[in-house]
Design a protein around this ligand. Sequence first.
Ligand SMILES: Nc1ncnc2c1ncn2[C@@H]1O[C@H](COP(=O)(O)OP(=O)(O)OP(=O)(O)O)[C@@H](O)[C@H]1O
Length: 494
Amino acid sequence: MASKCKSKSCNPGGPGGGKAGVADGVSPVVVAGCQELVLNDGHIKQYMDAFLENVKRGLGKATNPSAIVKCFPTFVQDLPNGTETGKFLALDLGGSNFRVLLVELAGGESHMDSKIYVIPPSIMTGPGEDLFDFIAECLSDFAVTKGVNDQLLPLGFTFSFPLQQVGLTKGILERWTKGFNCAGVIGKDVVKLLEDALARRGDVKIDVCAVLNDTTGTLMSCAWKNRDCKIGLILGTGTNGCYLESQANAELFDEPDQGSGKVIINLESGAFGDDGALDFCRVEYDEIIDKRSINPGRQKHEKMISGMYLGDIVRLAALRFTKEGVMFGGKSSPLLETEDKFETRYVSEIESDLPGVYTNAKRICDELGLSHAIEQDYQNLKYICECVSKRAADLCSAMLAVLMNKMGEKKVVVGIDGTLYRNHPNISNWMKQKIAQLVNPGISFELMLSEDGSGRGAALVAAVAHRVKMENQGVAAAAPTEEAPAEVDAAEEG
Ligand SMILES: Nc1ncnc2c1ncn2[C@@H]1O[C@H](COP(=O)(O)OP(=O)(O)OP(=O)(O)O)[C@@H](O)[C@H]1O
């Protein structure tokens, strides 16, 4: 685990990048105690070397079986070209909610209707058959509500868990993450499980054209808007990345070159560090969170970065300083002592308080039973939040810089999706600054917030597959396009 930083490049100013004033007013003991969360230049270099090495191991045929960052080829070789047309269904499973979408593409425009279904915790950790029956039931409900249950629509299935893809419509679950643990799914083809569940019902006609991860969906969705998009990143419940790699470097991908010479690689970067590669910058809080998780020893990178964990890292740090008598007058509360009660949205809210104003911090302390907090506590708490989220931003930046340097493209747009990235007040700016320091000269980049990576992206993968299939058959590429019903739960234009 991380030792106290002694190098010259250590950043005593904390998350502000050493600028004077950032830690002003914060208790010196808290600043010193948070130092282990601050990544210095040496840490970043060590991370970048290790991550590049991991990606190369994942891509290599001989090294992949023992690789930690699995670099699964997605079988997606063609980015959208804007001519995709028709009506498509998309499923999005990968977090606490399950979403069904009806996406209509026409002339570079998209229209989406969607409905969110909350997954009961009993389904998230119950038998796999129950999960797929639940998905089929939601899809049937949606198709009937939208009046498309009698049409054979192409469907893109976003399944955001580590999948070893064997084809565009065949993906074997490698392991569960993000709180899911359904029995009997690991090692099986999730498209087949979905088709079996649909067959058990027999009331909806679906043509599953593609299974993909939400990072791939995000990349595709953003590439549809901006052709320079070649990297996808998720910062939501979990974290993961994907990028467009030369087919020649993707040794696991044996398919014939379709002309693009490229394939999207789903990194499964959340697992980086599972072999100890990140121990040099992991701290006690990371260890506690990992040990008590439902997947100990797995997804160590994700556990330092994503929305499922950041709030609890802050809670553990605040609890430590309280026990040391430095915060909250040494008096904690039952909620501060309870895991996951400090939500990651609190981190965004506390960091959104303007300098010297602690409206959100006070409200959150009150909610957590810490109404005895004083202004010094709010200042300390905000500093802890900044250190934890800056560390996450730095790790993501270093990862993206490795990919950009490896790809060697002059201009790269990164499509990013996830509530953490979307709502956090600082992460986006911190990432822009840090990546600019880390990329090779001559590379320009842009971070692009995805409008709906997992929905439109899944439909686009299905649409591109449909277009390529039709082009190969010499048929105009159009899926069914009847009017969508007027009543919608959520409608977005893109
Ligand atoms: N205001 C906020 N600021 C930061 N994080 C937030 C905020 N609101 C919710 N979150 C976090 O965002 C996460 C959910 O993000 P999102 O809905 O993008 O993920 P998901 O689709 O469920 O899963 P994933 O995108 O990882 O596959 C939760 O972990 C939650 O703690």
